[in-house]
Design a protein around this ligand. Sequence first.
Ligand code: FCB
Length: 433
Amino acid sequence: MFTWGVSTSSYQIEGAAREGGRRDSIWDTFSRIPGAVANGDNGDIACDHYHRYEQDLDLIKWLGVDAYHFSIAWSRVIPTGTGAINKTGIDFYNRLIDGALERGITPWPTLYHWDLPQDLQDRGGWNNRDCAKWFAEYAFQMAEHFSDRVKNWVTINEPFCSAWLGHLYGVMAPGIKDLQIAINASHHLLLGHGLAVKALREVSQESNIGITLNFTPAITLGSSDDDQLAVKLADGFDNRWFGDPVFKASYPKDIVEAFNKEIPIQSGDMEIISTPVDFLGLNYYFRQTVAYYANSKPLSYKQVTAPNVERTGMGWEVHAETFTDLLIRINSDYSPKEIFITENGSAWDDEVVDGEILDTKRVSYLERHLDAMFAAKSKGVPIKGYFAWSLIDNFEWAYGYAKRFGLIYVDYKTQKRIPKSSAYYYKDRIQKS
Ligand code: FCB
């Protein structure tokens, strides 16, 4: 059976930031830094999903999907990150999971979608090796509470963004700009993933467990050897740095050399990181164009703006054929047992006209990317499911509420949800499949 689904994440939709015993995550802190998030937005209220989850589950059912991929807010269930469990937080996810199951929807939680408890950041966060252990303990607790009903787990979402965007470029929480710290964070995130796989399996042998990696293929418009090198570096930094450890138990040599920094690997780490997973969660959004820049840090390339390319509201290149090629390549490089597309989608400047949102560009993006995915599937890539990003418009991290990715529109003043044309398209396509 092919699984159709929709995705969201805790900080982007839940709101209720100071309710039910939840403590701050690094995104609450980061959002308070002047200028860190567009328009000074934050996730205090977001889509108020914490209170409106029943209505949102009804919408998920209406869409006709099989599964709901959401994330658990660590600081809601273990507010200080380690130690005492917060029953009120657990109860919320119990209601969400039960509500999904009652509607015939399979729950697919991710354990970490970037919202580290601030108390753990205060103890060093992902720069501290202990964070991997804290994460595994949290994973163990979640399995204890939910694995009677939850059979599918994603450990970590996009360690690329946590490590590089959060600790190297500082454009996401915790807002650090330091290559050595970013490398440490990347290794500890991956180590946390491996330890969490073991913890989840310890509680429940029948769990279906994976990690979600985002892959961004690169091309160059240049013809020099240097530009070809730029493509290889971009691929190493974005894709192989995270895929190779999980599936090949090693970091890519070329990037290790180019970083010229210490990688904090201890004996046994790579075996833990490459603990076999049941599936790879793959997120795909765009293709990037790069060029060689000798002085660029930390690697000698830059993203450049290719002319005459269709772009989304994020400025991201729309390139569906790349999605097919990527899936074929990942399958041949890593041979994952199964692949689930855990996120794919696009932001556009949606407008409500007479109560409707005719988001034809999102429909077109969705249609082309679904076709591209099925093209790879027909060539033998073991793709078992597709989750659209996102169920509803939400807090798009440093872009705040300005960027809308939802199949369903959210009027943030009234919290009214309005299905866009893309929601009807998705519903129809699933029905016909
Ligand atoms: C992914 C994130 C998700 C959302 C989409 C647009 O990188 O996992 O939370 O921001 O991009």
